[in-house]
Design a protein around this ligand. Sequence first.
Ligand code: BEZ
Ligand code: FE
Length: 288
Amino acid sequence: MRNVTKDNITDVFKSYMADDMALRTREIMSALVQHMHDFARETKLTHDEWRQGIAFLEGCAAIETEDRHEFVLASDVLGMSSLIDMLHSSDEATSSSVLGPFHVSGAPPLEVGGDMKRSFGGPVLLAEGVIRDTDGAPIPGAEIDIWQTAPNGLYASQDEDQDTFSFHGLMTVGDDGRYAFTTVKPVEYTVPSDGPVGGILRACGRHPWRPSHLHFIVKAPGYRTLVTEVFPDDDPYLDQDTVFGVRDDLVMTYVEQPAASFPEGMALSGNVDAPYLSVNFDVVLARD
Ligand code: BEZ
Ligand code: FE
């Protein structure tokens, strides 16, 4: 096309794609460019504003390291991570939620009933539940990878004072599908806001807080792996999670229990002498 105009440029872009290109790539690139061009036309985007957008991408690339994933964070705070999750999650299974950047692979095994709290302060939280299939049957041998913040709001990978795998554990459930562990109640915390993504949050008048949560990746052969989180129903940020991770079925009541009711068969049994919290959260996995 020799005469490219603001009205035909989108069709011209599409006409330049080869006939034999991969169909899915064609579909995605056509829709992406259609929406980008429509966005520019609709907002009458200026050179300056587009340059700011490019500077944002360059800023993300400049601070990207093995431990700092600014592009993923951008996807999180723009709602793309959560939207893509929801587009592909099964209606019959427990909802999925954001993975976040603080999962560390290779967590040490944690036996059913094991303790992640160790010498950290604060009330004990007993988290337990059953990993089930969509018919309600337990899934023997399912694996649950658990991680959370310490009481100071930091993940192990952000905090020099914690061991690499502090508040991380990998549990394999028995024939009854039941997992159980003790920990401390996680606290709400802020996502990193000292980079370009923080700039977007401030420009939109948004805060960087996430409600407190436990993270789980639940896996079993023959089932879809589930990345999810559990939130307490009294968290002040439940209705304004900066990465849009909250779903109704992931919000649970943490119930205060008298010390005397602490169950047998746990690593801390016999050592809990103050009221503790408990949360019961069953996980449903969809078949592959
Ligand atoms: C997290 O929950 O760990 C998290 C998720 C998205 C962005 C930052 C942190
Ligand atoms: Fe988190």
